[in-house]
Design a protein around this ligand. Structure first.
Ligand SMILES: Cc1ncc(COP(=O)(O)O)c(C=O)c1O
Length: 440
């Protein structure tokens, strides 16, 4: 049995007594903090994402403590879970954000962040997005190519501003992530400025009068459990920094090591953040640099589950199937990344089966687990798909014209819906039966 990922003692939301936060069983029923998930599913329906606020706070605090040895800023990576309630919760904890689109900027501002708490990453920012970021006076725009550098300079000039930028360098380190799609810092990838061009691009930046070269940045990949790739990448950034300073870059004061910190889905090792923090602090000691970290999954991954109802059982070709009311449109990770998610019935059941747990979408790739030993569940039972807090709802779609699930936040013994379940009207929002014909 894998260990509980987030099971911490916290004060009840109403202040009375201690309860366990995160996902744990009480008398055979899975709870999120103090809320029984069968009763919650009956209230809010399925499929629903459920997040534990204390778990999110706990993960944030762990990171803040881990990096306490060096001046640092934690910029939560909005792409992992962009729900406004989660953004606001982290803002109250003191976090900044890392965004990758104008839409994420809009969310961050709506949740209460100001420009000084926002770092803008992303390989393909549009001119409009750059304008929006400069209008919001974001802390840094992470530049990924020389063309983007020149565009940011032009836009800043037009807006009579000096844009603070960091160069996102491809550190060209090999990483061992569970899936190739989550590697970003290897040679030849689309992300970042190639390592051997970084000093030249820095010189170009120094010659552009509307830019302040204030930082260096990298992101080696996602679900990284070892210190090695961060160490090698950071060493490379620091070596580049020296060359850039020698070439006249006097304003660089931020070094951003990206996100990617691993969590436990199954039996794999989460990253030892205390060790990472102390090693990075030692590497930066005396440098005068401020560290930026952009964690996404580490903060929210194990703070969420997807609740889904079993619709049917069936046998086909000697195989057992459990068919659920959530599908790949709700949680894409198993089919897109071949990702493992622990699945268990919310109410304990007698007996075990080996089955494929599949959704209702008309695709053979619509599954949550293949050949998996799980409880002997029946139609009507509620399943919890664990570790669904990161890259879950944010990757959801309406494929097969399926309205998107609800999202619920739990905090101690209370819960609140933080995204309403979509209805059929949401499926056709903006569409029209009769085209608005026009001629050019
Ligand atoms: C630039 C950047 N920063 C941070 C992250 C967050 O990664 P993770 O959720 O693995 O921490 C990503 C994820 O792809 C990213 O591309």
């Amino acid at each position: 049995m894998p260990r509980v990922r987030c099971g911490i003692a916290v004060r009840g939301a109403l202040g009375e007594g201690i309860l366990t936060a995160g996902f744990h069983r009480v008398a055979g029923t899975l709870h999120c903090d103090g809320v029984p998930l069968d009763a919650l599913a009956a209230q809010v329906g399925t499929p629903s994402y459920v997040y534990s606020a204390p778990c999110i706070r706990e993960q944030y605090t762990l990171l803040a403590q881990a990096f306490a040895g060096t001046p640092h800023r934690l910029h939560y990576s909005v792409k992992a879970n962009s729900n406004l309630a989660i953004l606001a919760l982290l803002q109250q904890m003191g976090a900044g954000v890392d965004i990758v689109s104008g839409g994420e900027l809009f969310r961050a501002l709506r949740a209460g962040y100001t420009g000084s708490g926002i770092v803008f990453s992303g390989v393909g920012k549009t001119e409009v997005e750059i304008e929006e970021a400069l209008a919001a006076d974001v802390l840094l725009i992470n530049i990924e190519s020389e063309e983007e550098l020149r565009l940011v300079n032009d836009v800043a000039g037009r807006m009579q501003r000096r844009a603070r930028i960091a160069l996102r360098v491809n550190p060209e380190v090999t990483v061992d992530t569970p899936h190739p799609y989550t590697r970003t810092g290897e040679k030849g990838m689309k992300f970042g400025i190639p390592h051997d061009e970084a000093v030249r691009v820095a010189s170009v930046a120094l010659g552009l009068k509307n830019l302040a070269l204030a930082g260096l940045d990298m992101h080696v990949g996602s679900q990284i459990s070892l210190f090695g790739p961060y160490e090698m990448g950071l060493q490379r950034l620091l070596a580049l920094l020296e060359q850039m300073r020698a070439a006249g870059a006097t304003e660089i004061r931020y070094v951003d090591i990206g996100g990617g910190l691993a969590v436990t889905y199954d039996t794999e090792r989460p990253i030892d953040v205390a060790q990472l923090g102390s090693k990075v602090s030692a590497m930066l000691s005396g440098s005068g640099l401020q560290l930026i970290v952009e964690p996404g999954r580490f903060i929210v991954g194990n703070a969420g589950v997807l609740l889904t109802r079993v619709l049917y059982r069936k046998r086909s070709g000697g195989k057992e199937y459990v068919i659920t009311d959530a599908g790949m449109n709700d949680l894409l990770r198993p089919s897109h990344y071949n990702a493992y998610h622990r699945i268990e019935p919310v109410k304990a059941v007698e007996g075990r089966i080996v089955a494929d747990v599949v959704g209702p979408v008309c695709e053979s790739g619509d599954f949550f687990a293949l050949n998996r030993e799980i409880g002997d569940v029946s139609a009507g039972d509620i399943l919890a798909v664990h570790s669904a807090g990161a890259y879950g709802f944010v990757m959801a779609s309406q494929y097969n014209s399926r309205p998107k699930a609800a999202e619920v936040m739990v905090d101690g013994e209370r819960y609140g819906v933080v995204t309403d379940r979509e209805g059929y009207d949401d499926l056709v929002k903006g569409e029209r039966v009769e085209p608005r014909w026009t001629s050019l």
